[in-house]
Design a protein around this ligand. Structure first.
Ligand code: ATP
Length: 238
């Protein structure tokens, strides 16, 4: 349903993406893994219309996205949860959620109801300011705000960043629930153990290219080599 084909993105002289192709379907979790600076955030930002490709295409249900505005892409159901959550700290939890459905005429209240079912702790804190939430709750709010936009594909940049393992585990269960409800999830992560547990398919990005793609069961050795170098991987006996 999402097709990225031969995507190249340049920033001045830096070629952040050098021919990335991938696909993601509804009802699956696709993990995009790679070291710091590999190009993962650039990939998500280009799919969501924040950055423009220099070459290549992004298509969604046979419609080209790469010339559309970020707002138009969001309205088509391709929604990004940004790295660092970017919630508005001075606004209440309720208002942050409402902002996620900005421009949606119908169904916003029902979507918020579903978010509160998924993350009951947010219901207890609806009138609290975003800034007063814990890191894990802020990530729930960021995902919740994305869900209020009624995504068919939810793209999450660094789910686990700065969060305790037990919190990440809880978030992962919620993503599995969303997947089982038919939402596609594109999960970008630097930390890979959890992503490998919940993903249906994996892409490993290395220096702006897809270095490897396949099922999570085959990804661990590739990632050890990619993150620590082939010699260290050999020393670790991988
Ligand atoms: P991280 O997890 O650290 O964000 P990443 O895999 O998401 O890493 P990107 O943020 O996509 O990597 O960056 C890929 C490359 O593109 C890096 O060399 C980065 O410095 C460069 N880059 C990204 N955005 C810009 C920009 N707006 N201007 C210039 N260079 C950029």
């Amino acid at each position: 349903m999402l097709q990225v084909a031969d995507l190249h993105v340049r920033f001045g002289g830096i070629e952040a993406l050098r021919g990335v192709s991938l696909r993601a379907e509804p009802g699956e979790i696709v993990a995009v893994l790679g070291r710091n600076g590999a190009g993962k955030s650039t990939l998500l930002r280009t799919i969501s219309g924040v950055s423009r490709p220099w070459r290549g295409t992004v298509s969604w249900k046979d419609q080209r996205l790469d010339h559309l505005s970020a707002a138009a892409i969001n309205r088509l159901g391709v929604v990004q949860v940004p790295e660092g959550r970017r919630i508005l700290g001075e606004l209440s939890v309720r208002d942050n959620l409402l902002l996620g459905g900005y421009g949606r005429r119908r169904g916003r209240e029902e979507s918020i109801r579903r978010v509160l079912d998924l993350f009951p702790v947010l219901e207890e804190r609806l009138d609290t300011s975003g800034a007063a939430l814990s890191g894990g709750q802020q990530q729930m709010l960021a995902i919740g705000r994305g869900l209020v936009a009624a995504p068919q594909l939810l793209m999450i940049d660094e789910l686990s960043l700065g969060l305790a393992p037990i919190v990440v585990e809880e978030l992962a269960h919620r993503l599995e629930r969303l997947r089982d409800e038919g939402i596609g999830i594109l999960l970008v992560e630097q930390e890979y153990p959890l992503a490998l547990r919940i993903a249906n398919r994996v892409y490993v990005i290395e220096k702006g290219r897809v270095g490897w793609a396949g099922p999570p069961s085959g990804a661990r050795d590739v990632l050890v080599s990619s993150y620590f170098g082939r010699q260290s991987a050999a020393r670790l006996g991988r």
